[in-house]
Structures are given as C-alpha cells and as structure tokens.
Design a protein around this ligand. Structure first.
Ligand code: ASP
Length: 332
C-alpha cells in the first residue's frame, strides 16, 4: 500500500506560451510560488484534489473545465471516477465496509452560489456525489441520510449496486478474525477524494466523497458530507476540503475555518497550516490522527498541509499535471 503514497511527479504538460503568467506553476512547493501579485492574471481553470487517485479524477474534471464547462460539473464528473473505481478501497464501489460488512457512503457538493447538497450513510449507490447534487438541485434540503437518501436516489433513477467487492469483503473477513473495535485511522484507510475547482468564468466549486473509516460502527458519519467540515466553498474567497480522521475535522469545523482564515488574509497554505495547528492543539492523543487539508483561493493560489507525512495533492491546470507532497507537522 505504500505505493499509494509515493510521490508521483508528472511534470508540466502545458505549452510554453501558457506558462508566462501562470500563477499555478509551483512545481514542488506550493507555498513559495503560488502567491500571485495583484497584477498577475490568474490562469484559469484549475483543479486540485486529494491523494494519488486525484490524478485520474482531475483528468475527468479537466475534460469539463478545458471546454469552458463549470466548476460544478467538473468536480462532480471528476470524483465520480474515483467512486466508480473498484480498486479504490476508501471511496464508493469497493470501499471497505463498516464492522458489520455494509459499505456506507458520505458525500457532498457545493457551488459558487453557496448552494450545497449532501448524502450521508447512503448504501447501494455507486455515485453518491451525483445524489448529493440532486439533493442540492431538486429538493429544498441540504442533506439526506440513510434509507431516506436511498429512497430519494432510487426515485431519481439511480440503480442499486452491490458495492462490496470480493477483495473488500475478504479484507473485512480478515479483520473480523480479530474484530477489535479499533477502526483504523491510518493513512491506508483514509483516502477520501476531495476536489476543488475554479472554472474559466472564475467560479469555484467543490466535492467530497468517501466510504469513510474502515470497519466503523454501523451508522457512523464522518466529516465528508458535512458542509463546513469536509468541504466549504465561498466564491468571494476560496474553497477548502479535508481528508483524514473525520471526527477531528468536525471538531474544528475544518474546511469552513480554512476558508474563513483566507477571508481574513491568510494564503491558502497559511490557512491550511493554521487549521492543522488547531487540530493538533485540540487533541491530546495524536496517535494515528492524520488529517490533511487542501485549499484553493479565488485568485488561483493552492495550499495543502497535514498532521502527518504522506498526504499528497493532485494538481491540474494549463501548465501542470502532477502530484505535490503536502508539508506536514509530524513523522509517523
Ligand atoms: N474523512 C473521512 C472520514 O472520516 C475519511 C477519509 O478521509 O478517508 O470519514
């Protein structure tokens, strides 16, 4: 599993002409070069997402963004790729189940008008992000959970799917042999995809989707479907999302805080660092407590930071298609 954390650098893919004013062309260190001056033109669009699976998700998002599509369509299309990947054990199809063998999914989406939708504790639906979008667009509500969310999804034409793949079932059955109630919170079991994008029109959107903590208590909901915790977008300022131990993210209203810190003048990088510092301050026991944040400002700056080493971020813009290792506070 270590390979999932390996640093992948694909290098720049854009044309030289596009590089001249690019404010996102920070090869390995987002903190140093992604600070556009007022005179610099932001080269849009941009998409950023969590972990290595973000590369493929970004590709799908880029198909939308590069044709002038909206950030909202891009983030939905992007994270659907990860949700539908049976080999990804932390999102959608193939996600590791709860301790009773049920794959239960959490997801949310938010647009530039502060519209948002979410589903929590949803079973049997491969693409919860699209259900979340339907909640946003077709209901007066923000969040549906459990059976109600499933009934709603079926009414909208989503099909029931068995999300427990053979390999996830086998992993769960192995876990059952000891079946200590110690839901794993290490980096191998926490790989939510969070995605943030800014489109050509300069509008922001974000999406976040996960099967949550492996072998969790049945009914447990993490930060990922909670607007303000797993994801937050404010089109005047920027957007942020979180991955890692959801309980810790919720305690500090993580993504909302990152955006609020940007509103008060912090760069996305500084804002992510401050949110991580709050998490560290609020938790006496930091053993295995991994949390990572990514942030994208209205003017195209990107930031990311995590409690422990190993968090990485996929970045795609007109110049770059690459992974970036986040800076962190602690070694494992
Ligand atoms: N944040 C997610 C949760 O706690 C898990 C993850 O990031 O993998 O449910």
């Amino acid at each position: 599993m270590k390979s999932r954390r390996q640093f992948i650098k694909l290098g720049a893919v854009g044309s030289v002409a596009l590089m001249s004013q690019a404010v996102t062309a920070a090869p390995d260190d987002l903190t140093q070069s992604q600070q556009p001056t007022k005179k610099q033109k932001v080269i849009k669009p941009i998409v950023v997402s969590t972990w290595n699976h973000g590369l493929d998700a970004n590709k799908a998002a880029w198909e939308v963004l590069s044709k002038g599509g909206t950030a909202l369509d891009a983030v939905e299309k992007g994270v659907r790729v990860t949700e539908s990947d049976p080999n990804n054990t932390s999102v959608g199809l193939g996600g590791l189940p709860d301790r009773d063998g049920n794959v239960t999914l959490d997801a949310c989406i938010m647009d530039h008008n502060s519209n948002c939708g979410a589903v929590a504790f949803l079973q049997h639906i491969e693409n919860p992000i699209s259900v979340a979008r339907k909640v946003m667009e077709d209901t007066p509500h923000v969040m549906l959970a459990g059976d109600g969310a499933l009934t709603f999804a079926l009414s909208k034409g989503f099909k029931k799917t068995n999300l427990l793949t053979e390999s996830s079932k086998e992993a769960w059955q192995n876990w059952l042999k000891s079946s200590n109630y110690q839901p794993r919170i290490n980096s191998e079991n926490h790989d939510t995809i969070g995605m943030l994008a800014i489109d050509e029109a300069g509008n922001l959107a974000g999406a976040c989707t996960t099967s949550g903590m492996a072998y969790k208590l049945h009914g447990r909901i993490g930060d990922s479907p909670i607007i303000g915790a797993g994801l937050f977008v404010d089109n005047e300022v920027g957007a942020a999302c979180a991955t890692g131990l959801g309980e810790a993210v919720i305690r500090v209203a993580g993504s909302a805080i990152v955006v609020e810190l940007m509103r008060h003048g912090k760069s996305p990088q500084e804002a992510c660092e401050e949110a991580v510092a709050r998490i560290i301050k609020k938790h006496k026991n930091l053993e295995n407590l991994q949390v990572g944040f990514i942030a994208l400002s209205k003017n195209g700056e990107v930031g990311c930071h995590s409690v422990y080493a190993g968090f990485n971020v996929a970045l795609r813009d007109q110049v770059n298609e690459k992974m970036v290792d986040a800076k962190y506070e602690k070694e494992w």
